[in-house]
Ligand binder design. Structure first.
Ligand code: UD1
Length: 417
C-alpha cells in the first residue's frame, strides 16, 4: 500500500491543470450500455474509480480501451448483466449500470453496495425511480434484480435531491416508452453533462439544468462521442490548498462557473480570486479569516469540498463552523486533522473549528477521497513531516495529485511499502 510523505510547511506557487470530472465520467461510462456499438469518452482522468468501472464493463462483456485520456467502450457483444459484489463494494457508483442494463437489455443484477465510511448512503431512490418506470425489483442473496419487458415513461418525484438517483432515472428513461417527468431532479453539473451526452446520442431530454426534466423515450440511442467537463472538485481542492498555504496558484482548464459557492467561501477567508472562462487565479491570505459553511445541493457549497474547507480553516484567525446537511456523518477527517494539532469539536453534523497558529506534521490515515485531500492540505500547512497512509483513497479521485503538487513546489513523495 502506498503512502504520501509530505514535509511542510510550504507555499504553493505556479500553475496546475485540471483533469476531467470523475463524477461525470462514471455515469457516462454506464450510459454506454444503453447503446450498441462503440462510444468514445474524451478527457477521462486516469483514476482508480475509472479503472473499476472499466473492469465492471469488461465483466459485462464490453470491450473497453483507455489510452491517453480517451476511453472507447464497445458494447456490441454483452455477455452478462451482473455487477458482482467484489467490484460494487469498492465503488458505489457501480450501481449506475442497473438502469441502463434493465432499460436496454430488460434485466440486470447488481450487488447491493453495502455501507461506506460515512453514513448509510442508501439507494432507495434509485430503486423507487426504476420501479416507477415499470421495473420489477427483487432482492436475493445480497443482489438487486431488476427486470422489465420495456420500461414505461412515468412521473418520478424525488423526495430529496439525489445526484445518483437522478442520473439513474435519466439513463433508464431515455429508452422507456412514452414521456417521463423527473421532478426535484438534481441540478449538479454532472447531471447536465450526462443529459447533454445522452442528447448527443439521440435521446430526447428537455429541462437541462432545471429541477424538472422531461424525457421522451426513443426506441434506441446511438453510440456517442463526448468530451467530459473538468473536475470541479479537483479545481476546488487546489483553490483551497492555495488559500491554505498563502500561495499564488493559477488553476487552468477548469470551469470556474461550477465553483461559485466554493470561491465565495474562499473569498470570505481572505483569498484574492480572479476568474476568466476557464482559469482561476487564487492568492491566499497571510492568515485565513474564519468562515461559516453549510453544505447544500448545487449550486450550494458541495459536500465534496467540506473536508478540504475544514482543513483551510484549521489555521484561521478565530472560530469557524462547517455543517454538512447532505451527509451528516461525513467527518472521518476530523480525528485525523486533530492529529495534526487542529482544534475541532464535533456537535452532530456541525464541526466547530477553532483556528490555531500552526499545525504539526504527524502520521495520519486517509479514509475516503475527500477526507484524504483535506489531510494533504493540512500536511502542506503543518510544520514537519506528515505521512498519509492508505493513499489508494486519493487515487480513486485525484489524478497524479503528488505530481501536480510537486510542480507547485510541495515537498511530497509517494512511498510504496
Ligand atoms: C454523488 C457523488 C458524491 C457526492 C454526492 C453529493 C458520484 C459518483 N458521487 O453521490 O461524490 O458527495 O453526490 O453531492 O457522483 N440518498 C437517499 N437515497 C438514495 C440516494 C441518496 O436517501 O437512494 C440521500 C443520501 O444519503 C444523501 C443525499 O441523498 O443524503 C444526496 O446523495 P446523492 O446526491 O445521491 O449522492 P451520490 O449520488 O451517492
Amino acid at each position: 500500500m502506498d503512502k504520501f510523505v509530505i514535509n511542510g510547511p510550504c507555499t504553493l506557487r505556479g500553475a496546475v491543470e485540471i483533469s476531467g470530472a470523475k463524477n461525470a465520467v462514471l455515469p457516462l461510462m454506464a450510459a454506454a450500455l444503453l447503446t450498441r456499438g462503440k462510444s468514445v469518452i474524451e478527457n477521462v482522468p486516469n483514476l482508480r474509480d475509472v479503472s473499476t468501472m472499466m473492469r465492471l464493463l469488461g465483466i459485462l462483456g464490453a470491450e473497453v480501451e483507455f489510452e491517453k485520456g480517451v476511453i472507447t467502450i464497445d458494447t456490441t457483444r454483452l455477455t452478462s448483466f451482473e455487477a458482482p459484489y467484489d467490484l460494487v463494494r469498492t465503488m458505489r457508483a457501480s450501481i449506475y449500470v442497473l438502469g441502463p442494463l434493465v432499460a436496454a437489455h430488460r434485466e440486470a443484477r447488481v450487488s447491493m453496495p453495502g455501507g461506506c465510511a460515512w453514513g448509510p448512503r442508501p439507494i432507495d431512490l434509485h430503486l423507487m425511480a426504476l420501479e416507477r418506470l415499470g421495473a420489477k425489483i427483487t432482492f436475493e442473496h445480497g443482489y438487486i434484480n431488476a427486470a422489465a419487458r420495456r420500461l414505461k415513461g412515468a412521473e418520478v418525484v424525488f423526495p430529496i435531491s439525489s445526484v445518483g438517483a437522478t442520473a439513474q432515472a435519466l439513463m433508464a428513461s431515455v429508452l422507456a416508452k412514452g414521456v417521463t417527468v423527473l421532478k426535484n431532479s438534481a441540478l449538479e453539473p454532472e447531471i447536465v453533462e450526462l443529459a447533454k451526452a445522452l442528447r448527443s446520442a439521440g435521446a430526447e431530454i428537455e429541462g437541462l439544468g432545471s429541477s424538472t426534466m422531461t424525457v421522451t423515450g426513443v426506441e434506441t440511442i446511438d453510440p456517442f462521442r463526448y468530451r467530459v467537463m473538468p473536475d470541479r472538485i479537483e479545481a476546488g481542492t487546489f483553490a483551497a490548498a492555495a488559500a491554505a498555504t498563502a500561495g499564488r496558484v493559477r488553476i487552468t482548464k477548469c470551469a470556474p462557473a461550477h465553483l461559485g459557492a466554493v470561491l465565495d467561501a474562499l473569498k470570505v477567508c481572505g483569498a484574492k480570486i480572479d476568474i476568466d472562462e476557464d482559469n482561476i487565479d487564487v492568492q491566499g491570505p497571510d492568515r485565513v479569516e474564519p468562515v461559516h459553511v453549510v453544505t447544500r445541493e448545487y449550486p450550494g457549497f458541495p459536500t465534496d469540498m467540506q473536508a478540504q474547507m475544514m482543513a483551510v480553516l484549521c489555521r484561521a484567525k478565530g472560530t469557524s463552523t462547517v455543517k454538512d446537511t447532505i451527509y451528516p456523518d461525513r467527518f472521518t477527517h476530523v480525528p485525523e486533522l486533530r492529529r495534526l494539532a487542529a482544534n475541532i469539536r464535533l456537535d452532530g453534523n456541525l464541526a466547530v473549528i477553532n483556528g490555531v497558529r500552526g499545525l504539526e506534521g504527524a502520521p495520519v490515515m486517509a479514509t475516503d477521497i475527500r477526507a484524504s485531500s483535506a489531510l494533504i492540505i493540512g500536511a502542506l500547512m503543518a510544520k514537519g513531516r506528515t505521512e498519509i497512509l492508505r493513499v489508494y483513497h486519493i487515487d480513486r479521485g485525484y489524478e497524479t495529485i503528488e505530481k501536480k503538487l510537486r510542480k507547485l513546489g510541495a515537498d511530497i513523495q509517494r512511498v510504496s511499502d
